[in-house]
Design a protein around this ligand. Sequence first.
Ligand SMILES: [Fe+2]
Length: 242
Amino acid sequence: MKEFVINENYLIILEGYLDPTTLCQVGGRQSPKAHPKRKGKEILQTQPTRITGEKRFDLENWDSIIDQARQSLSAKKYALLPAVIPLLPRQSLKKYYQSLFHNGFAALSPEKEGKGSLSCSNEEIAIFIQNAIMNIVNRITGMKLQPLYVFTRRYLEHSYLPKHMDNKNHLFVISMLLDYFPEPDGPSPWPIHFEVDGKKTTLHQYLGDWVIYRGMELIHFRDPLPENHVSTSLFFVFNQGG
Ligand SMILES: [Fe+2]
């Protein structure tokens, strides 16, 4: 098996950890520990078709997807990768984070970036995923990176992302669209915009898509989220490795 994020061991571990009662550490609340709720064997037996049914996921052409992403990142400072986390684990992740936000384990984002959104930083499942995708990220960037931090952000209606570049040490950022309400039958209607050489570029993500970009060098922004819409993304931030 390649270094790929959905290798079997990863899936078993991830599914085992996705218990909605294992929530994150925000605002001084105690962090319940993530713990396996089921054993890997049971998951294999009960969910044998776990990685099928994903239209945009294409393991056969994975090498060329990586190559295209590397070229795009080099030329434009951003790249789009389709549905890197396939359908079934993404559904589990979606439920997990819905539970997390519904139970108040997130805080209103204090940053002007992401104004009007709820945010949860360095929570265990997201850290786990970030570590699992390091090899992919190193291949795409052609660098040896290290994880800096990770956060999950739930944008509520009218929240937006003003034009900005990221802080120091945000060498690369991945924004993965996890959940969107109302669920789109196609790409999300709430795109991210980049300014490349003074020109605006607009990217619409399907659920599960990644956008990777050079956060400190590329202006990025989003318009206000439409009324009654909610968008949840995982953000993985990487720095230069030592
Ligand atoms: Fe940003």
